[in-house]
Design a protein around this ligand. Sequence first.
Ligand code: AKG
Ligand code: FE2
Length: 322
Amino acid sequence: MNAVPYAEFELTAAQSRTLAEHLSYVNASPTQDFESFRMQVAEIMTRAAPADLTRLLCTVRSRSAHMPAVLLKNGPLPHVLPPTPSADASATPYNLPSTAFLVGCGLALGRIYGFANERGGALIHDIVPVFDKVRSRSSSGSRITLDLHSEVAFHHNRPDFVVLSCLRNPPTAVAATLVADAGSCLDEMAKPDVHQLQRPVFEFQVPHSFAAGTPLAARMLPIAVRRTYGWDVRINCNPDHTSTADGAAAEAMARLAAKLRAASRRIVLSPGQVLILDNKRSVHGREAYDTDYRGADRWLQRIYVGASAGHENPDQPPASPR
Ligand SMILES: O=C(O)CCC(=O)C(=O)O
Ligand SMILES: [Fe+2]
């Protein structure tokens, strides 16, 4: 094991240029008129995306190959990059070809959606360091290492895919993203541990914003569920984020967390790169990093993609436990 947990796909310079040119014609704001933005992007991607890329995204979506994460390289970038936003409020109103490319990839994977209790339901999240959240255990807190986690692990409609697009990651203060192949780690664990991890005895911490808003089904959940494609893993290794009162289950969870950390790989995203994380087959995190809040800090854009019926109405509690 310890193979790199991600596949790579590099667009040629010509492919990237062509896509950037076509996508720059999208005439709608991604934050203010997403419906129109989405339709224009979909149409352009159908015409201008390289066939190999379309095929790859189709494979990721169907989970028909072992691809816990995929790194796309040399994606379209704007000619002039605006300053890094200072807040995580998804405020970038204009079309950047990189935003259009991110959305285009997301549309090929499923439904792009948001949660009412997460960034006000925004569909495109600016992942930037935020001054007054510097020590928060969130994607806005640059001084804290985010340990490996499934995105929105506690939620019954957690994303199938999390897609991160890098606009800026300054060499003087880079942050590395961490990725581990959770399915392979589970496959290597002892049978009794795997059995423990499949028991619905784990609790997942719910952030205040979600706890105060739409009710979530209060449940004890398993960490690992067997699906037709392999293991579906749900865990947040940050302190106290996943817990259980059951001793044997707690020990199995600690061994899985240790295995994930040992297997994790650092990916220093650079501008133009898009990282597709299968949120059921991989876990991810981010190392702490330096910032100066003068507009040149690290900047990613992120979307959540769902592939099941629940994602059409993600804030509703599930009709029955799943
Ligand atoms: O900043 C990163 O590289 C990833 C942070 C993270 O966990 C996320 O955006 O979901
Ligand atoms: Fe995350």
